[in-house]
Design a protein around this ligand. Structure first.
Ligand code: ACO
Length: 397
């Protein structure tokens, strides 16, 4: 599977390019997983439009598509669902370890640690063995939701509850989290959220996953590194900050003054802007529709009017720069209506994105070359060693 000989460029032939902070516009890999047209606002997984997947598919079916490249036939899907269902439980040792985490710690840190700990349980670095790869995929897809739900109960001082075999993937996660079986509409909307977040080409966390994968380390380390990257507020962590921001704005009438002040002070509007899109993120449009479906059934969240007022105000002020709502803008409102605590929004994002990270892990191994970019050195060229008593204070550095 790992073809070290399929080199993606030889150092001596590489043209020299200038500094590109954030690697903006620099292709660093080839990929057949996800395609984005940021000008038209189009997103496809393996060629299928995101709106069609979100309407027709299930999260596990989409996961299969992303990781193995094609939609499964009915038997393949049943087998995949069954395998995932059989591996949802986590070892009591993982649960006991999580009981030692501080209850005040962020659930993303808990998830990163527990995901990494799986590497201790399953034999390492057999990544050229297809069975090991398959088992790792199943385990990670199956166990990450269980670990997110377990930490939620543990930090409240309760014992985690076991997965229920009669519940499908998304319904089971909501059950493990809230201790209540969700109604079918909530479970389906949550499943559609997972589809929408499952993959998005070479974003920061996926790049992290590929860099880590390129060293040929184990998949649990790959996923743990990606979880750590997703946590940041410029990436997946923005969904939490959007709700904080909407609450700070408080009412639709305050949206204009909030925006004026943010623009004046060069403060970023959370949930707006994207390196790839110059129009509204297609996932934000679908998520807004999902939020409306939930509000129609269970009552409106008053922050929705604040969000719409902010989007409307921002259109004329930021739209000309190509800054529109991204996936994080409306997802928090959906999760809030589903009863998910705010600091679990990013872990929920991670549950879904594991599918994309694993697809990239497999693809990276298929044509691997270790990532090792260059830098432009700006430090001192050469310095003379000084004895300790000859040195001046470094406090001003
Ligand atoms: N609010 C206001 N202005 C913005 C925003 C925003 N959210 N995003 C970008 N801009 C402005 C910048 O101030 C800058 O303006 P300038 O050229 O006048 O200085 C210009 O747009 C370019 O901004 P950059 O930060 O250089 O754009 P970049 O492509 O590097 O950043 C990013 C993309 C990080 C997503 C950015 O838009 C941002 O910080 N958004 C807020 C955080 C957020 O919502 N993150 C989630 C992204 S989706 C995801 O990761 C799952």
């Amino acid at each position: 599977m790992i073809s070290q000989n399929q080199k993606l460029g030889q150092p001596q032939n590489l043209p020299s390019i200038g500094l590109r902070p954030g690697l903006e516009g620099v292709p660093v890999t080839q990929s057949a997983i996800c395609d984005i047209d940021g000008t038209k606002g189009e997103l496809r997984y393996r060629g299928y439009p995101i709106a069609e997947l979100a309407a027709q598919s299930s999260f596990l079916e989409t996961t299969y598509l992303l990781i193995w490249g094609d939609l499964p036939n009915p038997q393949e899907l049943r087998d995949f669902e069954k395998e995932v269902q059989m591996h949802r439980r986590v070892s009591f040792r993982v649960r006991d370890m999580m009981k030692c985490f501080p209850a005040t710690g962020h659930p993303m840190d808990a998830l990163q640690s527990s995901a990494a700990s799986l590497g201790l349980f399953y034999s390492r670095r057999a990544i050229d063995n297809p069975k090991y790869v398959y088992d790792a995929v199943i385990r990670l897809i199956a166990k990450i939701p269980t670990m997110v739900a377990a930490f939620q109960l543990i930090r409240k001082g309760q014992d985690p509850i076991q997965p229920r075999d009669d519940l499908a993937y998304s319904a089971n996660f909501l059950y493990m989290l809230t201790e209540r079986e969700p109604d079918p509409l909530s479970a389906r909307i949550f499943d559609r959220c997972l589809i929408l977040h499952a993959e998005h080409s070479l974003n920061a966390s996926t790049f992290s996953a590929r860099v880590t994968a390129s060293t040929l380390t184990d998949p649990y380390a790959v996923i743990a590194s990606a979880v750590g990257t997703l946590a940041g507020p410029l990436h997946g962590g923005a969904n939490e900050d959007v709700i904080k921001m909407l609450e700070e704005i408080g009412s639709p009438e305050n949206a204009k003054s909030y925006l004026d002040n943010a623009i004046l002070t060069k403060k970023k509007i959370m949930g707006f802007g994207h390196r790839e899109y110059r129009v509204k993120d297609p996932r934000a449009t679908i998520l807004q529709g999902l939020a409306e479906e939930l509000f129609a059934r269970f009552g409106k969240d008053k922050m929705y009017d604040v969000a719409k007022a902010l989007e409307q105000e921002a259109e004329s002020r930021l739209g000309k720069k190509g800054i529109y709502p991204n996936v994080d803008f409306y997802s928090g409102l959906v999760y809030r209506k589903l009863g998910i605590p705010r600091d679990l929004y990013t872990p929920v994002f991670a549950i879904s994105r594991v599918a994309g990270w694993l697809a990239h892990w497999r693809e990276q191994l298929g044509a691997n070359r270790i990532f090792r970019p260059s830098q432009i050195y700006t430090g001192e060229k050469s310095r003379k060693w000084k004895q300790a008593d000859e040195r001046s204070s470094t406090k001003s550095n």
